[in-house]
Design a protein around this ligand. Structure first.
Ligand SMILES: *Cc1c(COP(=O)(O)O)cnc(C)c1O
Length: 386
């Protein structure tokens, strides 16, 4: 495979001035991240700070209702309540090892910003978070959390003043401050080597889940499923199952309201090939290549692109990519809460919702879903919708 590519997707479509820090990062991936000393230190933090390994939970009540065997990988139980911290602690540790002092990040709803600010506080790094001005308004609690954790939040006024503009501005800031700053990208997307770097930090999810499922059941699951925004929890959940041909992998994109032609967050199902944020991938865009606004009830899935490794698995057919719309996700949010006493993040509710919608097809099968985060943060939005 060509360096930095997943099939025909990926690459480094960036201004010349961004190449030095990307090359430095590529080098660090080999000389630092892949050493036993780094991996040992990271594992120490994942165990005593994040609370890993996260368990897998057998959903006995919902399984009986659906006629299948449903298991959850509990990333909602991590410190800060989602999988994102696996990545930010890894990148923060790498930043220290590279001799840099500042973590720069983009954030949409604010969850990656909070996870980055958390890792920065833990490891004594400065933290600057770029956030669209619209998101600063509507996600004010997360802005205050980031500031409490010691981060500086920069409100981005360009474009639609949301996540994609925050990424553009953060990349610009990185050009200026590359000597002492590491860009802590929040998902398995962007220019090479970010899709690899983030995938490797999130692969701990499937490393644990595969072993845990085998220990409890003696066999592998029939289906492994996860929601796909930029694609980091899903690629982490899939990674160690990819060679297991018997395991059907299912990524679930957000279909928006589900009406024909509606704004959505399903570039693999509904997008076309293009270039955004330094990578070639599937995008929601017009025929002229203008990026379309995306929509999902869950802020974390609201992104017009997707990581290039998913675009490759979509093209090769190794992973099946389905969709779940807002109403189906809200139904799953309520159902999992009622039947199992677990309030899922609206993002994760899309994966659970897909399973509920496809229960007929999945009768008698074992299904392991990545519960990427907990839903406390979504109470306001859910109450608005219901
Ligand atoms: C951010 C987020 C997602 C979406 O991001 P991916 O990179 O696709 O994983 C999913 N679930 C939760 C809980 C999130 O916070």
């Amino acid at each position: 495979m060509k360096k930095g590519y997943f099939g025909s997707f990926g690459g480094q479509f960036v201004p010349e001035l961004l190449m030095p820090p990307l090359l430095e990062l590529e080098e660090a991936l080999e000389s630092i991240v892949q050493t036993p000393a780094f991996q040992d230190e990271l594992m120490g933090y994942l165990q005593e700070y994040v609370g890993r390994p996260s368990p897998i939970t057998h959903c006995r009540n919902l399984s009986a209702q659906l006629g299948l065997d449903l298991w959850l990988k509990r990333e909602d139980l991590n410190h800060t309540g989602a999988h994102k911290v696996n990545n930010t602690i890894g990148q923060a540790l790498l930043t220290k090892r590279m001799g840099k002092t500042t973590l720069l990040a983009e954030t949409g709803a604010g969850m990656h910003g909070v996870a980055t600010a958390t890792a920065a506080a833990l490891l004594g790094l400065n933290c600057v978070v770029y956030m669209g001005a619209v998101d600063v308004e509507r996600q004010n609690v997360n802005v205050r959390r980031m500031e409490l954790l010691g981060a500086e939040v920069v409100a981005v006024q360009s474009g639609t003043r949301t996540l994609k503009d925050a990424i553009n501005e953060a990349l610009r800031r990185w050009i200026a401050d590359q000597a002492d700053t590491h860009y802590c990208f929040g998902t398995a997307a962007g220019p090479h080597p970010f899709p690899l770097l983030v995938r490797d930090f999130q692969a701990v999810i499937s490393h644990e889940a595969r072993k845990q499922f085998l220990e409890k059941n003696g066999v592998l699951p029939d289906v492994v499923s996860a929601c796909v925004g930029g694609g980091s929890n899903a690629i982490g959940m899939f990674h160690h199952f990819v060679p297991d041909e018997s395991v059907q992998l299912v990524g679930v994109e957000a279909a928006g309201t589900g009406e024909p032609g509606c704004y959505n967050s399903a570039p693999l199902n509904l997008g076309t090939d293009g270039v955004l944020h330094g990578m070639k991938t599937k995008l929601l865009q017009t025929g002229e290549g203008q990026i379309l606004p995306s929509h999902s009830v869950s802020a974390g899935l609201d992104y017009p692109g997707v990581g290039p490794e998913h675009a490759m698995y979509h093209a090769s057919g190794r992973v099946r990519y389905g969709t779940c719309d807002d109403a189906q996700a809200l139904k799953a949010f309520q159902t999992l809460s009622r039947t199992e006493g677990i309030i899922p993040a609206l993002e994760s509710s899309h994966a659970v919702g897909w399973v509920m919608e496809h229960a007929g097809e999945l009768q008698g099968q074992s299904v392991l879903v990545c519960l990427s985060g907990r839903g406390d943060k979504d109470m306001g939005i859910v109450e608005e919708y219901l």
